[in-house]
Structure formats: C-alpha cells, structure tokens
Design a binder for this molecule. Structure first.
Ligand SMILES: [Zn+2]
Length: 242
C-alpha cells in the first residue's frame, strides 16, 4: 500500500488539511481510513494518538485513534454520519485541545533533557511516556550520592526558568551523520543516508518525530513528581500544570 505522507512532520501546527481517501478497510470490528496524507499523529514515541474527524462529501468519520503500520497511517474510528469511500476528497480536522495538551507534555520532556544537560548529570536519554496520566522520561546513568529531593527541586526550578524565558521551536531535516552538530544524543535506530527530523530549541537539538509547542512558554509550568531508579533506568516523573 502507498505510504502516507506525514504532514505533521513538516508542520506540527496544522490542525486541518485536505486529503484523499485511498482505501476504507474493515479489520475485525474496526473501520479504517487510509489517506494519501495526514496530520493525525499516530501513537508512537511515547506520545498518544491524535483524535478528530474526517469529513467528506457524504459522511463524517470520527477518528478515535491513528496507528502507524509499515509507513501507512491507519485512522481507526466510526462513521458519525453517512459514509465515505476510496477516492473521496476529504477534510481532516484534528481535535485541538488534546493535541495541545500532548504537545505541551511531550515538549516538557525535552526541557527536562535540557536541564539534565545543564546540571551535567551525564545521563543518557531513553524512553519517554508522554501521556496525561503520569508522564515520565527515562535515562541510564548514576543516581548514587545524589540528594533526590534537592535534585527534584532544582530540576523543577530550572525547567520553569527555561519555560518562562520561552524559545521558538524550529524543525530541520538532516542526515544522521550531521546530527551531532545539533544534538547531544543521536540514537542508533535512526536511518542512515535519509534525512530525519531534528527539533531545535535555540542550539539544543533532539531527533524527534512527535508534535511540539510552537514556543516553550506554551508549556506554562512543570513540576517534577519523582525521581527514582527502576531496574537499570532512572525514571523522572513530571506533570505539566494547567
Ligand atoms: Zn519531541
């Protein structure tokens, strides 16, 4: 099947886009829309899926979840009105509020990465969980000899200073071998010889495919909930304050 063009990679702020339905599939009880392009962020990289609607000439489809499968974004949901078919020109509309919250939570994770760098903790970033229910990011590194309450306070304080100062999010598409100029950490899993997206705040770059706030000030406020060791990893739990 033709790969879905991922419109959100180029423009994370676009909440509506025109597209064409390539196929309408039925997989067990799920109805699935496949489009030539999408701005629905499919769940991945620790960020929840976008929700919203796909509106066509003879129907409205509610997208409850978008999933990325072998280059194709599957929009899973139900018809709210009428029906839609392959070839239809449609309008995609992403639900604004959940997307804004997910982008704030996800971007706050990058602020914590910056703070870890500023504090010279020598932790290597790992997995992130950027759902509204108890977001956290994981690192590998040392916790021994660190006063965790003090660190928690310091991280909260520094994060909020960065957020208050504000910084515009920039996006670059660059090859893995050039990323070290922009990024403190380049994961092995990135493809070679094919540009990947780097998200930049000032001179702090992160290879990342998620959606982000336009300016760090939009995060508003961050609170570090806890810092603890879990197996081989350090887990930093946080919240964004409404
Ligand atoms: Zn990101």
């Amino acid at each position: 099947m033709e790969k879905t063009h991922l419109g959100y990679l180029e423009n994370m702020d676009l909440l509506t886009i025109e597209a064409q339905i390539l196929d309408v599939l039925q997989e067990k009880e799920n109805t699935i829309m496949v489009l030539n392009q999408t701005i629905f962020y499919p769940q991945g990289g620790g960020q929840p899926s976008d929700t919203g609607i796909i509106k066509g000439p003879a129907g409205i489809f509610r997208v409850n979840e978008a999933r990325f499968v072998d280059g194709v974004v599957k929009h899973i949901g139900i018809f709210e009105e009428g029906t839609l078919k392959g070839g239809d020109e449609v309008q995609c509309i992403v639900d604004k509020e959940p997307r804004a919250l997910y982008s704030r939570i996800h971007s706050a994770g990058h602020v914590l990465d910056m703070v870890v760098g500023i504090l010279n903790l020598s932790w290597k970033p790992g997995r992130g969980f950027h759902f509204p229910e108890g977001p956290y990011i994981e690192y590998s590194g040392k916790l021994e000899g660190i006063d965790l309450d003090e660190l928690k306070e310091k991280m909260t304080d520094l994060s909020n200073k960065i957020i208050q100062k504000g910084e515009t999010t920039r996006v670059l598409f660059i090859d893995k071998d050039k990323m070290a100029q922009y990024c403190h950490f380049v994961p092995d899993r990135l493809p070679v010889g094919k540009p990947s997206r780097v998200v930049l705040y000032g001179d702090f770059g992160v290879p990342c495919g998620g959606t982000h706030v336009q300016n760090l000030a939009e995060i508003k406020q961050v609170v570090i909930r806890k810092i603890k060791r879990k197996g081989d990893t350090i887990r930093v739990g946080y919240n964004v304050v409404k």
